[in-house]
Design a protein around this ligand. Sequence first.
Ligand code: KG4
Ligand code: ZN
Length: 336
Amino acid sequence: MTVLLGIETSCDETSAAVVVDGRDVRSNLIATQFDLHAKYGGVVPEIASRAHIERLDALICEAMSQAGVTPDVIDAIAVTCTPGLIGSLLIGVTAAKTLAWSWKRPLIGVNHIHAHATSAALATAVDPWPAVALVVSGGHSSLFHVRDYGAIELLGCTADDAAGEAFDKVAAILQLGYPGGPIVDRLAREGDPTRIAFPRTMLAEGSLDFSFSGVKTAVLYHVHGPGRTAGGLERLSPQDVRDICASFSAAVVDVLVAKTMLAVARCGVETVVVGGGVAANSMLRSRLAEALAERRLTLHLTPPEFCTDNAAMIAALGYHHWRAGRTSDLSLTAVA
Ligand code: KG4
Ligand code: ZN
């Protein structure tokens, strides 16, 4: 039995988890900073770092106590070291290095997006690799070819806005609140996804990269009139807003599904895994399930509790790195 402590502080969630043998999540605590950033409409890096400092020690203690473990049974410490906000990452990395030094345990630096890409395996009985992994969050929209935990190849990523960022910005345009993804998702369920033909940006033929800034701008102009950025919201009925949410979601989901299917064909795999906050999106979940079922391919959606930023996915991937000897030393550093 191998017990890992996981630490995640890459953005605006402070998280600590205890995971046994890479799958058995004994605790996974997340202190959200939602209230601290909501009034600014986005994450303020300096506020995020300060909140991580204030919360992390207590959260680690609580995660260990919930899991019923003491430092002597912890085998290794895994921490997100890249990518993310540099100030935020440094808090987690410094805490992890301090514990690794004082407990004399191995330290494992984990790539946050790779952890999202492999998080679906937290709920599968056996490893789902090889697979195409779609990672869609507030900071990333990426496709990976995952051959194994240590062989993760980037196939494509966003050239501008991430999918979640586009959801959040459209919610801001419609003045729906922050973070907007879940609100747009809820309203879209009661809207007509075919009412407005928002653009599907596919980029160059065969490209696995994404671009979502065009569809966001199309929503802006649809709301306020061509070339205008204000003054149009009053004209919209509640049903208009629901139809905009549904039509926008359909445009984003169409692109995500089409590129995922292209990646599947290119890599010759039979399995798709999806992770990141936008994996909670109901239209994405159902459309992807349909597209894959048609071709008799397997879909593993990350369970909702592991979709948002969390330390369980960091400890889980850290375990596989540890098993394969991919550990770090105290020179580990955060990379923005
Ligand atoms: O993975 P995550 O918690 O944080 C990042 O690493 O970015 O993802 C948060 C993002 C936010 O942009 C949020 O609006 C979006 O995921 N999101 C959703 C849904 N739930 C969360 N977007 C669309 N539909 C949802 N149901
Ligand atoms: Zn994330």
